[in-house]
Design a protein around this ligand. Sequence first.
Ligand SMILES: [Zn+2]
Length: 89
Amino acid sequence: MFGTFGRVTISKSRLCSRPLCANDAEVLLLFEYETRLVELRGLSGVRDSNLLELCTNHADTFRPPHGWSCQDVRQTQLTAESDESRYAR
Ligand SMILES: [Zn+2]
């Protein structure tokens, strides 16, 4: 018998950047200073310290700084990968 220690947490996922939040980060916030635009993207494999990583809850309640606009490109990404998500249903 193999030992059943349940799921060994291989921390592939990252935690939300908000203090006291223990949710997994799912959304990447990309700050484009030139255009004052905050882009919300799906988390990619690349980790960049300039990017803020938030859980979906915090990403949804995120307000861009004054004078900045916010663009959610997660839907665009989802559509591009829709083959997989359709399969999941
Ligand atoms: Zn969070």
